[in-house]
Design a binder for this molecule. Structure first.
Ligand code: OGA
Ligand code: MN
Length: 196
């Protein structure tokens, strides 16, 4: 467990973004992906907004994914395993980096072919509680022609990150500009924020 925590933290400290290739196991990703697809069949995924509360906008010109918020009260066994892993990561981050994270929020996200999310920062203008962004990908057999890369903007060299199953990325919400390039197939993830 600690090795993947260290991958995320060391990558973040070196480079502004930590990447762990197999942060979530294949088995867990498969269960989470099937949860997401069932929610989609039941029409539970809603168009994602941008901004916060009164500033919430639903602009299909900015982002086209559909989302569903995870909630411990749903008591889903696989989501509970996901939360356990995140709880362990937050405890490690707080202990080793004095990060002072108090809470988090995560949602499933579904991008259909043609969907994207333009360049943005994750921290809201009117609320600085989001400290770190974490995204875990749930796409088995993802290949280059599928597109949908996470493009992160960095001063030296931008990076394109393929959303392959189990991979998790970790970066500072107020600092790192990023976008989701147009996906050519269905792209599934859990995106969230560690908050103070
Ligand atoms: C987001 C986001 C990136 C990704 O949800 O804010 O930037 O790779 N997601 O899904
Ligand atoms: Mn983002």
């Amino acid at each position: 467990m600690e090795a993947d925590f260290e991958d995320l933290i060391a990558g973040f400290l070196d480079d502004g973004i930590g990447i762990s290739e197999h942060f979530l196991s294949d088995g867990l990703c498969e269960h989470l992906a099937s949860n997401l697809l069932l929610l989609h069949e039941d029409d539970e995924l809603k168009p994602a907004g941008t901004g916060n509360d009164s500033l919430l906008k639903h602009s299909q010109l900015i982002r086209k994914d559909r989302i569903y918020w995870l909630d411990k009260e749903h008591n889903d066994p696989y989501e509970n395993l996901f939360f356990e892993k995140m709880d362990a990561f937050v405890a490690y981050l707080n202990a080793t980096c004095y990060a002072n994270i108090q809470s988090y929020e995560f949602h499933y996200s579904l991008y259909e072919a043609g969907d994207f999310y333009v360049k943005h920062l994750d921290q809201f203008k009117d609320n600085a509680s989001r400290q770190y962004s974490m995204i875990s990908y749930l796409n088995p057999d993802w290949v280059g022609k599928d597109g949908g890369e996470l493009l992160v903007y960095q001063t030296d060299a931008n990076q394109m990150i393929a959303p392959t199953q189990g991979k998790t990325v970790f970066f500072k919400s107020s600092v790192l500009e990023h976008e989701v390039l147009v996906t050519n197939g269905r792209r599934m993830s859990i995106a969230g924020w560690l908050k103070k």
